[in-house]
Design a protein around this ligand. Structure first.
Ligand code: 13P
Length: 338
C-alpha cells in the first residue's frame, strides 16, 4: 500500500472518511497523555509514549477501519522499533498521518472562564515543515463551555476566526484542515441547550470559513454530538441524540463538506459507538459522511489492557481493534452491539 493515489486535498478528505473508516485521534499532547498514563500507573516518558503509539499503529488490520491517525509533533518525528518512521509505517498500510497544529486553548482576555485557541503565529512555516515530514491533514481544536452565561458571542467569534485562519493556511500549504469546535458536555444543561449552542457555534464557524475563502470540499468538520450535559438529570436516549445531532447539522453544515468526524469528548466507548451508529442507521440522504475521530473512545480499553507492559502488547492491540471495528460498522449504520 501507499498513499500515492491521493493527488488532491479532496482525495485526502474523502479517503479519511471512506466507507467503514474513520480517524484515530492519537495526538494527545505530552500533558494530556500524562493524564491517560496516570490512570494506568505508567510513567510519562518518551519511550513509553513511543511504545504505546507503536502498539496502536502496528495493530494488524487496523487499516480496515482507520483511514488516518492524528499525531502530536513528537510522534510524527518518532520511529518504530525497526527504525521505520511512524509516518512511513502508517503510509505503508495505507493510513494517512495528520498533525495537531493548535497550541492549546488559553484564557480569553476579558472573558472569565472562556478560552481561545492559540497557534496562528508562524503557522505557515510549521505547515510547510509538517508537509515535509509526511502529514497530509491537520487538526485545530477550539473549546467552548456551557454554563453561567457561557458561551459569549465574543468567545464563539474569536474561536471561529482562529479556526478559519488556520483552515485557510492549511489549504494554502497542502494540508486538509480538520475544523474542530468542541462544545464541552460538562454541566447540567439539557439537550435543547446543547442543540442551540452547537447551532450557534457551527453557524459562526461556517460564516468565518466563507469569509476566509476556505473551500469546504477540502475540509472535515470535527464536532461534538448534540447530547445532554453529563450532570443533566434527564439524559436523552440514543435515538434522540442521533436525531437532534443530524437535525442540527442539516441546518448548519453545508452539503459540500465531505465528512463530519465526531470527537468522543468523554462519552463511554459504547455510547460513542451507539450514537454514531444510530445517526447512520436511522437517517438516510445525509449529504456528508458521518464517521469518527475518537481519542478516548478508541483507546480507553487498549490502555487498560496494556498498562505499560510489553507482554500485554497483543491484548492492547486486540482491545483497540475491537473498538476500531465496531466504530467502522457504526460509520455504516451496521453496528449490532458488543
Ligand atoms: P476524544 O474523542 O477523547 O474527545 O478526543 C478527540 C480529540 O481529538 C479531541 O481534540
Amino acid at each position: 500500500m501507499s498513499l500515492d493515489h491521493l493527488s488532491s486535498l479532496e482525495d485526502v478528505a474523502q479517503a479519511l472518511v471512506a466507507s467503514g473508516k474513520g480517524i484515530l485521534a492519537a495526538d494527545e499532547s505530552t500533558g494530556t497523555i500524562a493524564n491517560r498514563f496516570d490512570g494506568i500507573n505508567v510513567e510519562n516518558t518518551e519511550a513509553n509514549r513511543r511504545n504505546y503509539r507503536e502498539l496502536l499503529f502496528t495493530a494488524d488490520g487496523m487499516e480496515k477501519n482507520i483511514g488516518g491517525v492524528i499525531l502530536f509533533d513528537e510522534t510524527l518525528r518518532q520511529s518504530g522499533n525497526d527504525g521505520t518512521r511512524f509516518a512511513d509505517l502508517l503510509a505503508n498500510k495505507g493510513v494517512i498521518s495528520g498533525i495537531k497544529l493548535d497550541m492549546g486553548a488559553k484564557a480569553l482576555a476579558g472573558a472569565p472562564g472562556e478560552t481561545v485557541t492559540e497557534g496562528l503565529d508562524g503557522l505557515r512555516e510549521r505547515v510547510a515543515e509538517y508537509v515535509g515530514l509526511g502529514a497530509l491533514f491537520a487538526k485545530w481544536r477550539a473549546v467552548i463551555s456551557i454554563g453561567d452565561g457561557r458561551p459569549s458571542a465574543y468567545c464563539i467569534n474569536a474561536n471561529a476566526h482562529a479556526l478559519a485562519r488556520y483552515a485557510a493556511i492549511c489549504v494554502e500549504g497542502g494540508l486538509v484542515p480538520i475544523v474542530e469546535p468542541e462544545i464541552l458536555m460538562d454541566g447540567d444543561h439539557t439537550i435543547e441547550t446543547s442543540f442551540q449552542v452547537t447551532h450557534d457555534v457551527l453557524t459562526a464557524v461556517f460564516a468565518a470559513l466563507a469569509e476566509h475563502r476556505v473551500p469546504l470540499e477540502q475540509i472535515l468538520l470535527k464536532p461534538n454530538m448534540v447530547i445532554s450535559g453529563y450532570d443533566c438529570p434527564v439524559q436523552a436516549d440514543v435515538a434522540t441524540v442521533a436525531a437532534q445531532t443530524v437535525d442540527c447539522f442539516r441546518q448548519t453544515v453545508p452539503a459540500n463538506v465531505p465528512g463530519i468526524v465526531f470527537l468522543s469528548g468523554g462519552q463511554s466507548e459504547i455510547s460513542s459507538t451507539a450514537h454514531l451508529n444510530a445517526m447512520n442507521a436511522d437517517h438516510s440522504d445525509l449529504p456528508w459522511a458521518l464517521s469518527f475521530s475518537y481519542g478516548r473512545a478508541l483507546q480507553a480499553s487498549a490502555l487498560k489492557a496494556w498498562v505499560g507492559k510489553s507482554e500485554n502488547l497483543v491484548a492492547g492491540q486486540q482491545a483497540f481493534l475491537i473498538r476500531a471495528k465496531h466504530n467502522g460498522a457504526a460509520a455504516q449504520g451496521t453496528y449490532v452491539g458488543e
